[in-house]
Design a protein around this ligand. Sequence first.
Ligand code: NAP
Length: 282
Amino acid sequence: MKIGIVGLGLIGGSLGLDLRRQGHQVYGVARRADTCAAAVMGGMVDGATTDLASLAAVEVVLICTPIAAIAPTVQALVPHLTTDTIITDVGSVKGAVVQAVSPLWPRFVGGHPMAGKAEAGLAAAEAGLFRQRPYGITPLETTDPDAIATVHTLAESLGAQVFICTPEAHDRAVAWISHLPVMVSSSLIQACLQESDTPVRELAQHLASSGFRDTSRVGGGNPELGLMMACYNRGEILRSLRFYQKQLATLTDLIEQEQWETLTTLLQASHDARPGFVEADP
Ligand code: NAP
């Protein structure tokens, strides 16, 4: 299959590596010529240009730009495509994207591979990033079933596990397990920086180990991505943050009042619930 990727960063580059390994011909479009050259050199694409018209003959286009650029990119792309081209995206928010893009192209299917890294950009791209990771697909009732099936097959070919849901359900669910964690993790780093005793703060930085690495990873990642999540999934992030604030207040009260038994019950419940979200650590 001939596949186009617009936006050659972490996600676009990683998709290119996997899709090429499966024998697809992959053509990239980036804003800058040096990104195009780096993507060809790195084996992410067979060829790349800064011109959307170069994707006229591809069968599927994956839009891998930051969320704010997805709809404008599709708008600029569609005059160059034939009517049977399928467009999908990888944006971390689906409601706003699907609403903006669906009227622009009948064969658009919203998608979201649930995998990432703290680093951004093409240099961070890696093969196999989506293997054994969830991949959300968010069609509307009106979405062409053939287009859904093609995106479904492509996502599964990456080794990902596909979940089909509405854009609204996707955005509420990812607020809990992806967007809220980014805000919580960022707040954790900010709270640690509030230690006013400099030697103690520096000691904490030296003593930080695997626990802090795990809990700070998503909050210390790509700032632009966190901002986009907040702007485009504002209602659901606020809803989850309010539940989280209540939970923190409960914990604070229990510790203040030395209610160790209740605290133990709560921590045990969290311990028991975690495998429902993620498999046990290796
Ligand atoms: P990234 O590494 O920063 O890559 C984005 C790329 O898009 C950049 O390399 C940039 O390339 C290009 N770009 C930036 N602005 C653009 C514009 N206005 N028009 C065209 N191209 C533009 O970001 P990413 O992590 O791959 O994220 C890309 C998409 O994947 C986002 O929609 C995000 O929501 C989604 N996503 C991210 C993750 C994650 O954890 N990182 C996970 C799943 C989905 P040049 O500067 O070279 O042009």
